[in-house]
Structure formats: C-alpha cells, structure tokens
Design a protein around this ligand. Structure first.
Ligand code: AMP
Length: 308
C-alpha cells in the first residue's frame, strides 16, 4: 500500500431503489463515487469529491474513512441526496432506469481541497460531464485521467461530453454506450470512432463477458469471472473503474502490460460487486480476495500450447 500513488475520484453518492429478480431493495447506499472509492481503496489511498444531502448516513462516511478513503472532499449540502431507481430483467443483464433525481447535485460545483490538486491518478466517475470538466480545470498535471459516463449524459449533454473526451487518457463505457456514442453497431468500428474523438485508450465493458481494451497495441480481452450467485450488478461498472485505476496506482508506470493487468484486476474486482446487494461486498473487500480471483480468471485461459 505504501508504494501506491493516491487516486482522486469524483462522482455521485446516492440512494438507489433497486428492483432485482430477488426482490426490491430501497434506500441502498450507492453512487458511482461510492463504488469506485470502495474498490480503489483496496489498492491505494483514495480521495473523494462528491456531494451528499443532510439525509446521508454519517456511518457510511466513517466506514469509508476506515478503509483509507479521504472524505474531506465530500460536501454535505442542505437537501436530499442524489437518488436513482432501476429495474433489472430476470437475466440481470438488462436494466431500465425508472427515475433519476439530481437533488443536491443540481447545484453542485466541485471544489477540490488544495491538497487534492496534485493527485497523480484521476477518475472522473459517472457524473454530469460539465462537473467532470470542472474537476479537470482544478487538477495540476495528473499522470492518468480515466473517465466513465452513461447513456443519460450521452443523450443529454453531448456537447460537454465531447469536450470532456478530448481531455482524457482512458474512457470506460459499456458496449451499449459505445454504440450509442458512436452511432456504430460493430464494436471494433465503434471503438475506432470513439478513439478518434480524443481518448488515448478505450475500455468497453461487456457485463458478465468481461471487457475489451483498445490501445496503441491493439485489442485485449479480459474475461469476466463466471459467478455462481449473481445478486445485484448495480455499481459493477464503477467497481470495474475503481479496480482498474486502483491497480494502475500500484504500478510505477502505465505501460501497455500494466494496462492489461489492470483490466484483469478490474474484472475480478467488479465480480465481487455483483455478489451482494449494493456495496455489501465491495465495502469489505480485501486485496488477497482480489488476487485469488485474478488467479482464477487466469486459469480460464490456460489451454496449453496450440498444436495446430
Ligand atoms: P453502474 O451499475 O456501474 O452503472 O452504477 C450504478 C450507480 O450509478 C448507482 O449507484 C447510481 O446511483 C449511479 N447513477 C445512476 N445514474 C446516474 C447518473 N445519471 N449520474 C451519476 N450517477 C448515476
């Protein structure tokens, strides 16, 4: 841990109402920054910039601090915390957003504490792209900027999103978002189109199937870990991003090989998220559990030398 570089994460902190095949869960603590911070803190010190309302439980912030997460950048505003509601299909693959209430996010302007501005690794979690740009204005020469986004912003804020894309090193989206952003169905061609818009590298998540990395070396595939018990995929994408950047923060250089290893650590980390409702698992995740799952994922590819 002592050799890991700090990571700055900006994103949402939320209450989620989830309709899962196993039943309904209400007022579940979630949000892109929450999931990403909890998972990144498995690897490295984390600083969070976000806003919560006066209804957000203090014990969650205390639990985050106990995991080495610096919460001084989390503003507590008067009003209600951001709220999101979603319904999953029986297969847990497709989900429908039922409701998004920005609440305290509507007036939020991120203000980075001075001590956060030189953080070397930056994760612009899923949040209004205008706020992602605000944060980019306040940091001083980060080593790596990774950004996440979603359909809500792709359709709602295309111009600001386009400006954001020009200023980042890695964009992480899922396959549906990649198709929506590019207007191209074929994933490889969609990736080429998105890379031409600015990001130096692109990660396309494919749910239980893992994720693809497109970079200067070509394409790399990291398989998802086939789980026996899938409970709640909410936050798996943010946990992927947290694991990805968390692993990179343990490395001295962001090389193509380090990026490939980060991809496998990210799919391993995200798989834990799905095993419990909300942050039930990622809030207590340990590094050796991630390492064991990385080893299990590696076994998925071992098929000996090709004889053909
Ligand atoms: P994921 O399943 O990785 O896409 O992340 C789901 C989390 O993102 C939930 O905990 C939500 O609270 C949060 N979320 C959903 N919609 C938005 C949005 N428009 N902006 C920011 N966060 C969101």
């Amino acid at each position: 841990m002592s050799t890991s570089s700090p990571i700055l994460i900006v994103g949402s902190m939320a209450f989620d109402d989830l309709d899962l095949p196993s039943g309904k869960a209400r007022d579940v603590v979630g949000g892109s920054a929450t999931y990403a911070a909890m998972t990144a803190s498995v690897f490295a010190p984390v600083r969070v910039v976000a806003v919560v309302g006066d209804d957000f439980p203090e014990h969650v912030l205390i639990a985050m601090q106990a995991r080495g997460i610096d919460t001084r950048g989390i503003e507590r505003a008067n009003g209600k915390t951001f709220r999101w509601a979603g319904r999953y299909d029986q297969d847990l693959v497709h989900r429908t957003t039922l409701d998004t209430q920005l609440n305290v996010f509507a007036d939020f302007r991120p203000r980075l504490p001075e001590s956060y501005r030189d953080t070397p690794f930056l994760l612009l979690g899923n949040i209004h792209p205008g706020l992602q740009l605000d944060v980019l204005e306040q940091v001083r020469s980060p080593r790596l900027v990774v950004a996440d986004t979603m359909n809500f912003w792709i359709t709602g804020e295309p111009t600001l999103l386009a400006s954001m894309l020009k200023r980042i090193d890695v964009l992480i989206v899922n396959d549906e978002e990649a198709r929506q952003l590019s207007g191209i169905h074929n994933i490889r061609r969609a990736a080429r189109d998105i890379l031409a818009r600015g990001p130096k590298r692109l990660v396309i998540k494919r749910g239980e199937h893992g994720a693809l990395l497109f970079d200067e070396e070509g394409v790399f595939a990291a398989h998802g870990f086939p789980l026996e018990d899938e409970v709640d995929p909410t936050g798996a994408g943010d946990s992927f991003a947290g694991g990805f950047l968390g692993y990179l923060a343990t490395q001295s250089d962001v090389t193509p090989l380090a990026l490939r290893r980060a991809m496998v650590h990210a799919t391993a980390t995200a798989s834990f998220c799905v095993e419990a409702v909300g942050t039930g698992k990622v809030g207590v995740l340990a590094r050796d559990e991630v390492s064991a799952r990385v080893a299990d994922i590696q076994k998925l590819y071992e098929f000996g030398a090709s004889t053909m």
